[in-house]
Unconditional design. Structure first.
Ligand code: ADP
Ligand code: MG
Length: 347
């Protein structure tokens, strides 16, 4: 055989082997999809061995969030939460295991935060109507609502999976925790559909699993609470963790120079006044989301003490003066903008 054809054969063989190797070890594919769900932009990033699986996992993640929205949204009259609210003072309503879990975990976070996190705030959220026009409720109106914002009047029959708001006018509002739990459940579904790694982001409530195909961790920016959207305070890498931010800058209205925002102190039923934003990093989105809202109400002193006391929970709090409090486990992980004033560690 002439030398040239042998060379040619070798080239073809090498090329064929390369193709075979590529087929055995294909590069993972990244697919990103976004949709409007739960009143916000939901983005899922799916990393899978091939394009089809990456797409399937992303679609399944979004579908899971749509399913949960139908169970929990107070804008959907047939949702389980709407049914529980409509039956307040009258009767118990059967709910799905997911809804029961969400309520149980909310009660747990209420206990951790000394009642600062309270999903019975529904009537107060309605009175302020901040997610729509926003209005200032009168003192008398808030006084009437106060006895309704009481988790002691929420009765749960775990065996029968029934939930009963025992006082007429009570209402659950899962806006402070539902998106974090939805991110957890969507991430589970994506993994069951073959995703090796991924991100589920319901605006500021984010859950990650695994790493990028190049081995890098997923990177996130913490929004600066007083600068335009996209200006960040600091940057953080996450691996198999969730991050969630509660702030006074997303939904609010201004009146006479006062900012009225959507995180209410269950004791006063007024917007909480001790922080500008709270970011929590935890294993689970449900914990990160529930705690960000509760710790926003507690404020930096009590809030940071709670973060330090909880295992596998870290956080960043921006106080009312714009100073940044960073938990001990994040001090080496968080890359803060050098301009940002940091509160010196107390421990
Ligand atoms: P988002 O992710 O939409 O910014 P947050 O996690 O910051 O939500 O929670 C704010 C929402 O939680 C409010 O819009 C309201 O529905 C609900 N909420 C307000 N105050 C409280 C509270 N003290 N405890 C529990 N939920 C609350
Ligand atoms: Mg929250």
């Amino acid at each position: 055989m002439p030398r040239q054809s042998i060379d040619h054969m070798i080239v073809i063989m090498v090329m064929t082997m390369a193709t075979m190797l590529a087929a055995c070890h294909p590069q993972p594919v990244i697919v990103k999809r976004s949709q409007l769900l739960m009143g916000t932009v939901v983005s899922v990033t799916s990393v899978a061995p091939d394009r089809e699986r990456a797409h399937r996992a992303a679609a399944a993640g979004l579908e899971e969030i749509r399913r949960l929205e139908k169970l929990w949204s107070t804008w959907i009259p047939t949702s389980e939460v709407s049914q529980v609210n409509a039956a307040a003072g009258r009767q118990a309503i059967p709910v799905s295991p997911e809804t029961l879990d969400l309520i149980d975990r909310s009660i747990h976070i209420a206990a951790l935060t000394e009642g600062a996190f309270n999903i019975a705030v529904g009537p107060a959220v309605r009175a302020w109507n901040i997610s729509d026009q926003g209005r200032l409720p009168s003192r008398e109106e808030l006084a009437k609502i106060r006895p309704l914002v009481d988790l002691a009047a929420l009765r749960i029959d775990r065996q029968a999976r029934r939930v009963f708001l025992t006082r007429a006018g009570m209402a659950l509002d899962i806006g402070g925790i539902g998106k974090g739990y939805a991110a957890d459940l969507a991430a589970d579904v994506m993994q069951r559909h073959g995703a090796l790694a991924g991100v589920v982001a319901l605006s500021g409530d984010i859950k990650t699993f695994g790493r990028m195909p190049d081995g890098h961790r997923f990177v996130f920016g913490i929004q600066h609470p007083r600068r335009e959207h996209g200006v960040i305070l600091g940057r953080l890498e996450l691996e198999n963790e969730a991050v969630s931010t509660a702030g006074d800058y997303q939904r609010y209205f201004m009146q006479n120079g006062i900012r009225y925002h959507h995180i209410l102190d269950p004791r006063t039923l007024e917007p909480a006044r001790l922080a500008r934003s709270v970011t929590i990093v935890a294993r689970e989105g449900i914990m990160a989301d529930g705690l960000d809202t509760g710790i926003f109400v507690l404020g930096p002193e009590k809030g940071m003490a709670l973060i330090e006391a909880l295992p596998e929970v870290e956080g960043v709090i921006v106080d009312t003066q714009g100073r940044v409090w960073v938990s001990s486990g994040l001090r080496t992980r968080l890359q803060l903008d050098p301009q940002v004033p940091v509160v010196e560690a107390t421990k």
